[in-house]
Write a protein that binds this ligand. Structure first.
Ligand code: AQP
Length: 338
């Protein structure tokens, strides 16, 4: 008999700094939309992933709370969705070890995000950064998640999760783990750096001017969009005219994602507009959409106890799903529980 799996969504964000616009448009905004669509939703602040690069212990706890606050302020409902931080559910690390023994070194060597992050320093980065995709597979498969909404940048890792599930199922002659689908759609799927349209926007990029932080105030947001790199040409008359213009394309995509429009609709609204027109319009839109979120984030962060309680309750609910799946995995692998 083949297994049937409950439609279940898992996704997470690393507290490796404060939230940036890419995390919101590429992930959180879509997670909010997935609530009430017939899935069980599990959202995680993946602090074990954050420590794959050095984190100041004093800042990590607050960054964890800030990411949780960003999710709550954006509309994640902790009574219907499960919201917790990863390290409070130790089963993640336990299943990751098993997957370290299933995944092949050659698979890890192909991960482009590792190459990007390690750069020319690959010998000196942590073993954890290299093995990160096996932990990510564990995060997902520990809940038998069927769908993972992520930005384009994470697609390869979700494919690796499917490879690990396939190999596990094959090696142990079972159908225990589902083949999880990545859910990647819409113009927010890859938000690019405001100073270099060939790189994605990141929390940990060198310059604050290259990203919009979810806690930036209205003046800062306006200044960053005003100074965003563009080419000198105005917006084209059609979307096809954005080809080979990565910075212009990025600003149009951000506008589209914030306004729930398509890039075609944005261009139709601003055909041939100069940057002096489009950038202030984009800044105003971003302030309108982000200000309520950042105000609510600040309110939530003022009461650490409230966030900590939400995360603790979420961890308890997560463990209720995770623990039996890990126990069955141990049994399948042949690990003795006496
Ligand atoms: N620029 C982006 N565009 C679209 N989606 C993005 N995501 C991140 N940046 C963008 C999505 O956010 C989710 C969580 O990502 P993460 O924080 O766990 O890892 P990351 O992708 O490595 O994020 P950062 O901000 O770039 O962190 P650092 O700088 O610490 O490495 C994922 O769904 C991701 O797709």
């Amino acid at each position: 008999m083949t297994q049937t799996f409950t439609p279940r969504v898992f996704s997470g964000i690393k507290p490796s700094g404060g939230l940036q616009l890419g995390n919101y448009l590429g992930a959180i905004k879509r997670w909010v939309d997935m609530q009430g669509k017939g899935f069980e939703n599990i959202y995680c602040v993946v602090d074990l992933h954050a420590i794959t690069v050095w984190q100041d212990p004093r800042e990590l706890k607050d960054a964890t709370r800030e990411v949780a606050a960003g999710m709550l302020a954006s509309g994640i409902d902790p009574t219907t969705s499960i919201l917790f931080n990863q390290s409070q559910v130790p089963e993640h690390a336990e299943l990751a070890w098993i997957f370290n023994c299933v995944a092949r070194v050659g698979w890890m060597n192909r991960m482009t995000q590792f190459k990007d992050k390690a750069g020319s320093n690959a010998e000196a980065v942590s073993l954890g950064l290299y093995a990160y995709p096996a932990l990510m597979a564990a995060d997902i498969l520990l809940y038998h998640a069927t769908h993972v909404p992520v930005g384009e940048d994470q697609k390869q890792h979700v494919e690796l999760t499917r490879d690990i599930a396939t190999k596990f199922n094959h090696d142990f002659k079972t159908d225990f783990f589902p083949l999880t689908e990545p859910v990647i759609e819409g113009p927010g799927m890859r938000v690019m750096n405001l100073r270099d349209g060939s790189r994605k926007m990141s929390k940990s990029g060198d310059s604050d001017m290259e990203r919009i932080n979810m806690t930036d105030d209205a003046d800062t947001i306006s200044k960053k969009f005003k100074k965003a790199k563009t080419d000198p040409a105005p917006l084209p008359e059609t979307v096809a005219g954005l080809k080979d213009r990565p910075e212009a394309r990025n600003l149009v995509d951000i506008y589209a994602s914030l306004s729930d429009m398509t890039p075609e609709q944005v261009i139709a609204q601003y055909p041939g507009a100069g940057w002096g027109t489009f950038k202030p319009a984009l800044a105003d839109l971003a302030v309108e959409k982000l200000a309520p979120i950042s105000t609510e984030m600040k309110r939530l962060m003022a009461d650490k106890g409230e966030i900590d309680l939400i995360l603790a309750k979420g961890a308890e609910r997560a463990r209720a799903i995770a623990a039996p799946i890990l126990r069955q995995t141990y049994d399948i692998v042949g690990l003795l529980r006496s």
